[in-house]
Design a protein around this ligand. Structure first.
Ligand code: NAD
Length: 531
């Protein structure tokens, strides 16, 4: 078998050794060898995209992005500061105020979006490889995310053309009707988990609605945002409609949020960051959409389809390296099947193939960054110290000394007062807690500050609906893993977010709803000052 890691082209930058051509690191179960060689051109350096041009940062500063399999730098990235953000926002503002994009018809914009979708599909393999290189996402899952990114553009291209206003007949005196208008300049701030897909999830509806935008991708995963800029550039969107500024949250992100010419902020990331963003943007009164953290329960009753519930529980928390906002990271299991269910999940978890993310057989790759590994591992330690029972995992897998690998980890007998029950771990760690009856299941499910997703497994149809509706989560799946139709609302309750995106809900955020009141005749007008 040949090596599947991409051969990285281009000379090293910044005088430091960059990721070499072929790989290092070995998979525990999967092994170092993999099946498909690939060549991926890595941009050196990764530049901003402002006003239709790829440009370095004005101050000339760069930072490195790391390969999670080795923690060696892949390439350097332009570090955006306030002046770069200002240039991008001004370009976006000009494009909005004077350019053709907001004034074009939905059909014209849809045509461009479909061309972007085609280009993503043409380059899906390259995008998937860059994503794996930058994030450690297993290649099979990265391919799925690239396909979904193209579908995001196709979907919103369709929907924008079907958008309907309302008309109100007011007797024979008035006709009132509503129209959708773009809002203005959007700041789009995205996290490092499934970065390309999540970026398109915001960019597609934002542009479809006729807005212009500045995307600030996460600093740990900048490569595919650069690809998106390349694609949009080639497709030929007018300059300034789409801009990318790379950089850190506290500098580039904060400057975007505080900028007075930005009208709306769509943010996906940690709850604490959302709070900082809201405070920072208050002085310039912005519209926000927040997709934040989660600690989603998987509630399993004794009458559930046991095997399917195990499959879904294991996939739900260990796919996407456990770095998944909707991960079912708390298993709440009816006492009579608790031991058997935990044992089954742990047995499967112990056999999950951890290793080289470029190997198609890999199920769990390295975590994004050594700092994140340390954070997740800190929770493994906390779980032990708090008295949770470690059933499987909890270690760096033998043979994978390099890179940010962690075994799929299962804690049992976790109680509500433990940090591992309450806090988002965002890694391959699941905790299990027994419940006696339906009331206790609902109480435990709701006993955290988050409310993003929930999964309920039972064959009792009435109970499934009852429990699903009683759980305070934005999205509930009954007897199902996380399967989404793009028309449905996506978002969380409580500390998991504000607002909904997805389907036409995205347009509620990215559009102004204007009402026009039309007088049809001579309605009475009070004649003040007429004597
Ligand atoms: P993060 O909050 O650390 O960073 C997200 C983005 O915000 C990055 O681009 C970062 O640079 C930027 N940022 C950081 N500080 C900022 C500031 N002060 N002002 C402006 N921007 C700032 O989150 P992360 O670690 O990248 O992502 C993981 C988190 O994202 C998890 O909590 C996860 O649950 C959440 N998430 C939620 C969803 C959802 O849809 N609800 C989806 C994916 C991820």
């Amino acid at each position: 078998m040949s090596d599947a890691r991409p051969r990285v082209e281009g000379a090293g930058a910044a005088g430091r050794a960059m990721e070499p051509a072929a790989g290092q690191g070995a998979g525990q179960t999967v092994g170092a060898a993999a099946t498909q060689a690939a060549t991926v051109a890595v941009p050196r350096p990764v530049s901003h995209y402002i006003d239709g041009r790829f440009v370095p940062g004005r101050a000339g500063r760069v930072f490195e992005t790391l390969n999670p399999s080795t923690n060696r730098p892949i390439t350097t990235v332009a570090e955006g500061l306030a002046e770069d953000v200002d240039a991008a926002v001004r370009a976006a503002r000009r494009a909005f105020d004077e350019g053709p994009w907001p004034r074009s018809s939905p059909a014209e914009r849809a045509r461009m979006l479909l061309r972007i979708a085609d280009a993503i599909e043409d380059r899906a393999e390259e995008i998937a490889h860059l994503e794996v290189l930058d994030t450690g996402l297993p290649i099979t899952q990265a391919r799925g995310q690239a396909a979904r990114a193209a579908e995001n553009f196709r979907f919103f291209a369709r929907r924008i053309q079907d958008l309907e206003g309302q008309a109100f007949q007011v007797g024979d005196r008035f006709l009132n009707y509503t129209i959708h208008k773009p809002v203005g300049v959007a700041g789009l701030i995205t996290p490092w988990n499934t970065p390309f897909m999540l970026e398109t999830w915001k960019v597609a509806p934002c542009l479809a609605a006729g807005n212009t935008c500045v995307l600030k991708p996460a600093e740990w995963s900048p490569l595919t945002a650069y690809k998106l800029a390349e694609i949009i550039h080639e497709v030929g969107l007018p300059p300034g409609v789409f801009n990318v500024v790379h950089g850190f949250g506290e500098t580039a992100g904060a400057a975007l949020v505080a900028h007075p010419l930005v009208n709306l902020i769509s943010f996906t990331g940690e709850t604490s960051t959302g709070k900082a963003i809201m405070a920072n943007g208050a002085a310039t009164l912005k519209r926000y959409s927040f997709e934040l953290g989660g600690k989603s329960p998987v509630v399993v009753f004794a009458d559930a389809d046991f095997d399917r519930a195990v499959d879904a529980a294991v996939f739900g928390v260990f796919s996407l390296n456990g770095e998944r906002c909707t991960a079912g990271s708390r298993l709440l299991v009816e006492a009579s099947i608790y031991d058997r269910f935990v044992a089954a999940v742990a047995e499967r978890a112990s056999r999950i193939r951890v290793g080289d993310p470029f190997d198609p057989a890999t199920e769990l790759g390295p975590l994004i960054h050594p700092d994140h590994w340390a954070r997740v591992y800190g929770y493994v330690r906390a779980g032990r110290e708090e008295g949770a029972r470690l059933v499987t995992g909890g270690r760096r897998p033998p043979g994978l000394e390099e890179g940010n690998y962690l075994e799929a980890t299962v804690f049992a007998d976790v109680t509500r007062d433990m940090r591992v029950f309450q806090e988002e771990i965002f890694g391959p760690v699941v905790v299990a807690t027994p419940f006696r009856d339906e009331a206790e299941a609902v109480r435990l499910a709701n006993d955290v500050r988050y409310g993003l997703a929930a999964y309920v497994w039972t064959r009792d149809v009435q109970r499934a609906h009852r429990v699903g509706q009683a759980i305070d989560a934005g999205m509930v799946w009954l007897n199902s893993q996380n399967v989404r139709d793009l028309r449905t609302p996506f978002g969380g309750m409580k500390d998991s977010g504000i607002g909904r995106e997805g389907g036409d809900y995205s347009f509620e955020f990215y559009c102004e709803r204007q009402v026009i009141h039309v007088a049809l005749g001579e309605h009475p007008i009070p004649r003040f000052g007429a004597g």
